[in-house]
Write a protein that binds this ligand. Sequence first.
Ligand SMILES: Cc1ncc(COP(=O)(O)O)c(C=O)c1O
Length: 213
Amino acid sequence: MAQLSPQLKQATPVVADRGEGVWIYDEAGNKHLDFTAGIGVTSTGHCHPKVVAAAQEQVGSLIHGQYTTIMHKPLQRLTAALGEVLPAGLDSIFFSNSGSEAAEAALRLARQATGRPNIVVFQGGFHGRTVGAASMTTSGTKFKAGFSPLMPGVVVSPSRTLPTTGTTAGTRSRPRTSRCASWTSSCRLSPTRPTRPRSSSSRCWVRRLRPRQ
Ligand SMILES: Cc1ncc(COP(=O)(O)O)c(C=O)c1O
């Protein structure tokens, strides 16, 4: 008898039957206010009528057009629509299936574009569970346990909110990354922390980060 891998656990015992707006209904008919919104995926609410209609229309015409094999209009329309809202200079779009895949793509892009091997991450960030993404994840040891060796070239910088050498919690210092800067292809910042709420002090810290001159 197959079972779900115990590798990933649910944060709640809720077995969802259906969702509507901000509500999740379980199999017993209980109504739960969903504060998670699929960790951002269902940001328009569960089963928003426009999203449902668009999805139903799409699966009736083309379920899957593999990107590297064929082009299709929805992909072109989404690319153009994103181009309308992206800041100037951000005009190349790479679609991926998951957060980990996006983190891996950013990692590869940074290394290829700069020719530098190292990545700076900030203490406490979560970037995903694939090998590259897990190598950059420091929000918990469980995300790295049992499949070493991980990817080399990751330097962990203290987060603004943690007391460290030269940067004490409560000061306005920037993270110290200069000692590895010449070998550094990118700085990966994970503004979301699944395990901890974002504080207003960490939001200020994120705003003070600047690209290296
Ligand atoms: C900031 C961030 N990066 C990466 C991920 C990994 O995403 P996925 O589980 O889709 O691979 C998450 C997921 O919570 C995330 O919050």
